[in-house]
Design a protein around this ligand. Structure first.
Ligand SMILES: [Zn+2]
Length: 180
């Protein structure tokens, strides 16, 4: 195991590198139960688990083990490769905290968190992938799972005249998977 759980400076507990990790290396595999869930309004967004990790539209993993403790940073050192593999996107030093950019694999447009990661380019409010700035998206494109890249291209907020329209079209799109 390349990681351990410890006290985070970002938030609560976090996961840390037990030894130096090279860019591209697998850091851990996200384990847990798959959850299919429709988040078409704020109420549903509140019911969704705050630890869930997105794997495609309407589907998350409710993580066990390390996936529970991964914290967000606006300058992450890890990202999801494929669906459940956390891989290093740059070299990571021993005892450095392992972080994701939560926006890269979250599509719930009702979700947001405040960020205090302290990085130079901290976005302060973290929202789903649809709201990622185009520059940030292109910079991270190779670290974004395929399904989320597709979502971004079709539903990014910079394409829509207003957020209400984005919300309506997104909700219609995700509802198709459910009989509602
Ligand atoms: Zn931040």
């Amino acid at each position: 195991m390349k990681i351990y759980i410890g006290e985070s400076k970002l938030h609560g507990k976090g996961i840390f590198a037990k030894k130096d990790i090279k860019k591209g290396d697998i850091v851990f595999i996200i384990k847990g139960e798959k959850v299919n869930f429709l988040i078409h309004n704020k109420k549903q967004a509140k019911i969704a688990g705050f630890n869930w990790i997105g794997i495609r539209k309407n589907t998350w993993i409710n993580p066990i083990n390390h996936g529970l403790y991964i914290n967000h940073s606006c300058e992450p050192n890890c990202a999801i490769k494929g669906r459940v593999t956390a891989a290093a996107i740059r070299d990571i030093k021993k005892n450095e905290e392992i972080t994701f950019d939560y926006s890269l694999n979250e599509a719930d447009i009702f979700w947001y968190i405040k960020c205090y990661c302290g990085s130079k380019n901290c976005r302060k409010t973290i929202r789903s992938i649809q709201f990622l700035h185009p520059k940030k998206f292109s910079g991270h494109e190779s670290h974004i799972p395929k399904d989320f890249r597709k979502i971004y291209k079709k539903f990014n907020a910079f394409k829509f005249k207003n957020q209400k329209k984005l919300q309506t079209e997104w909700v219609n799109f995700i509802k198709k998977d459910f009989n509602v």
